[in-house]
Write a protein that binds this ligand. Structure first.
Ligand code: HEC
Ligand code: HEC
Length: 351
């Protein structure tokens, strides 16, 4: 009961964030500029569309980004101070988990879905595989209160932060308030997460005319545009929509339906971006597919029919029947989406 009251209280605090943000219109994106060990400016690549999250009531500052980064890597956000956000979101894997299907949280708890990578979140309108969270500024609430992930509550975290030797000063510098509250916590984390931007893969250089593709990569890109791009939309490689890509006939995890209660959403999940996909195995919402070649095999010969199967997959019952050469070409193309700079940039990790 106590927990439910706390959740309601926290949600109320968040509603004020939505109301406030409705009053602001979007501001124009700035150019990328990144130096040394911190990000000095908002990163909004020229070839990306305008971001959904505009920082309208949470202005980007270098100190805010740094504070969010420190919090993301600090186990203080879990009940027994053993688990940080970074425990399940590793830079070397584009901030997905390290090669495991389901993540391990507090006291060995197992999360219910595969930990997705974190980048280009400023363009996402919803979060989680079922889109159950619709604002980046409340996103951290879910793992914090999840009994299998961090199992803490906001009152406790805010108390710990206010008693900490360093945090009160750091928060004051960014938000100019005497006490740390939950809104400031969410704002700081949003400043960090919304500026984890991955836009410097070989694909991006190719689009900018600065890099050539091999024959196989070109062939892969062509096939991709023919069969995959409707959902994995360029240049973000996702439409941020919800689709059923034919994994099952019956759904153990109901996906988007859990949120919408609309039958058409049974077994539909948020389209994952394919940027950095080489680094984020295993694949799908439950991590059921181990490798990229097996994912291609799924689309080639294993698409399962069900009433909610999304088009254009429905027109290719069974699969696209790719030749071996085409399968290799698709994998070669997907490898061009790896962004080495993003996974090695020291400015994105604490300390
Ligand atoms: C125990 C592992 C674990 C921890 C700790 C954890 N996460 Fe996650 N994270 C996950 C899993 C699993 C999902 C997917 C959950 C789902 O879809 O139901 C996820 C989803 C997300 C997403 C959504 C990404 C998307 O594309 O929709 C974001 C953002 C995120 N986590 C940020 C955080 C932050 C911030 C923290 C710390 C406050 C955190 N995570 C702590 C495992 C974890
Ligand atoms: C109808 C929309 C749609 C089409 C078309 C589509 N996908 Fe997907 N794709 C999805 C969805 C939705 C998921 C996540 C499904 C899940 O986890 O239940 C996904 C998952 C993936 C993944 C796993 C990513 C991860 O992080 O787990 C890869 C790789 C992938 N698709 C590649 C492709 C390729 C290659 C094609 C074309 C041959 C393609 N997709 C066509 C919607 C689509």
């Amino acid at each position: 009961m106590n927990r439910i009251l706390k959740i309601i209280k926290a949600l109320r605090a968040c509603i004020s964030i939505f109301v406030l943000s409705a009053f602001f219109t979007s501001c124009s994106p700035e150019e990328k500029e990144d130096t040394g060990n911190s990000l000095t400016q908002l990163i909004r690549p020229k070839h990306f569309p305008v971001a959904h999250y505009t920082h309208s009531n949470n202005p980007y500052t270098r100190e805010g980004f740094e504070l969010g980064k420190r919090l993301f890597f600090d186990p203080i956000l879990s009940r027994d101070t053993t688990i940080s956000c970074a425990s399940c979101h590793h830079q070397s894997h584009a901030f997905a988990d390290r090669g495991i299907a389901l993540s391990i949280g507090i006291k060995g708890g197992v999360s219910s879905r595969n930990s997705p990578p974190i980048f280009n979140m400023a363009w996402s309108k919803s979060f989680m595989w079922d889109g159950g969270i619709n604002h980046i500024e409340i996103m951290p609430f879910a793992p914090i209160i999840n009994p299998k992930e961090m199992d803490d509550n906001l009152n406790n975290i805010i108390r710990k932060l206010n008693q900490h030797p360093n945090y009160p000063k750091l928060f004051q510098t960014v938000f100019r308030k005497t006490n740390i509250d939950d809104q400031q916590l969410f704002w700081a984390l949003a400043q960090y997460m919304s500026n984890l931007v991955s836009a410097n893969s070989r694909y991006d250089l190719f689009i900018a005319g600065k890099e050539n593709f091999t024959t196989s990569e070109m062939k892969g890109l062509k096939l991709f545009r023919q069969h995959c791009e409707s959902c994995h939309k360029e240049p973000l490689m996702t439409d941020y929509g919800f689709h059923n890509n034919g994994l099952d006939e019956q759904f153990k995890d109901q996906g988007r339906y859990r949120i919408s209660q609309n039958e058409i959403d049974l077994g539909r999940f948020k389209t994952p971006s394919l940027r950095n996909v080489e680094l984020t195995a295993p694949y799908m919402h439950d991590g059921r597919i181990a490798s990229l070649s097996e994912v291609i095999e799924h689309y080639s010969s294993k698409i399962k029919s069900s009433p909610t199967l999304s088009s254009p997959l429905g027109e290719h019952v069974g699969g696209f029947q790719f030749s071996d050469e085409e399968k290799d070409a698709l994998v070669d193309f997907l490898h061009t989406l790896t962004d080495e700079e993003f996974i090695t940039n020291k400015a994105l990790v604490y300390p």
